[in-house]
Design a protein around this ligand. Structure first.
Ligand code: NAP
Length: 259
């Protein structure tokens, strides 16, 4: 399928690895020029070069922490008159509900709620002026099925979800389509770290932890960054203009719900 977005320009935050990279690759395959971002410059440059080599699109990089005001200014400046914004950042650490103090909540809100809102506020007005835009926010399955040990993530993602629900409907008349993409378990460094933590705590092997988790997922496996990226690219495509303010779950069926 031709996604109809060749020649567009996208900012993909937190994209040197994992789900952000999956989105970047799928957009590049559709002919979209990219601004990529991550904190670590070395991996970011490696990813950028691999994408240039594979897809022949222009790729700029911004090595910065996107959750800081300085990092946001840097990606906004590099993005310029961007057509597509993919919001992403690292997820908050797991823990117990008694562990978290105000500062922990502020850090989680900054990373997973206020950062995407700042980028939306900076970049969407230009999209509206130009009459076309796409925003995809990477959130989590925890928006629909909260994960007890990820209370900081549950809280911050719920806040962003509420903001996007209203905002998506306010910008849609100007041709800007905004949606959230909710990953369940996907094969990335993040899930390795979470599974590694469980293995250490319970004295089991990483393989044993993963097998148990696979057994609970109807698809019997984790998702891949490529599958996730393909869905993201579709939501950024010409075909997605009637999908407004939705929370689209990619979880292999583990969430047993109809909405
Ligand atoms: P990942 O494999 O750890 O990759 C994270 C990417 O984001 C890396 O490129 C990392 O590069 C970059 N990054 C992290 N913090 C950043 C920051 N502050 N500023 C700029 N770049 C940053 O993670 P992932 O699995 O793709 O997860 C992406 C998001 O989806 C996270 O918010 C995660 O909580 C959420 N999620 C993931 C899953 C899953 O199963 N994988 C499930 C539900 C939700 P640097 O470290 O160099 O900055």
């Amino acid at each position: 399928m031709d996604l109809g977005i060749a020649g567009k320009r996208a900012l993909v935050c937190a994209s040197s690895k994992g789900l952000g990279r999956g989105c970047a690759e799928a957009l590049a395959e559709a002919g979209v020029a990219l601004v990529l971002n991550a904190r670590g410059a070395e991996q970011l440059e490696r990813t950028a070069q691999e994408i240039r080599d594979a897809y022949g699109v222009e790729v700029e990089t911004v090595a910065a922490d996107v959750t800081t005001p300085e990092g946001q200014q840097a990606v906004i400046a590099a993005a310029g008159a961007v057509d597509i914004l993919v919001n992403n950042a690292g997820g908050p650490p797991p823990g117990h509900w008694t562990d978290w103090e105000r500062a922990d909540f502020i850090a989680a809100l900054d990373a997973n709620m206020l950062t995407p809102i700042a980028l939306i506020k900076a970049l969407v007005p230009g999209m509206m002026d130009r009459g076309w835009g796409r925003v995809v926010n990477i959130t989590s399955q925890s928006v629909k099925s909260p994960i007890p040990q990820l209370g900081l993530s549950n809280a911050a993602r719920a806040g962003l979800t509420g903001y996007v629900a209203g905002t998506a409907r306010q910008v849609a008349p100007s041709g800007v389509v905004m949606n959230n993409l909710l990953p369940g378990s996907h094969d990335t460094d993040r899930i390795d770290a979470l599974d590694g933590g469980i293995a250490e705590k319970t004295g089991r092997s990483l393989d044993a932890v993963r097998e148990e988790k696979f057994a609970a997922i109807p698809a019997r496996r984790y998702g891949t960054p490529a599958e996730f990226g393909a869905t993201c690219a579709f939501l950024c495509s010409q075909h997605a203009g009637f999908i407004v303010g939705q929370n689209i779950l990619l979880d292999g069926g583990i969430g047993n719900q109809t909405m």
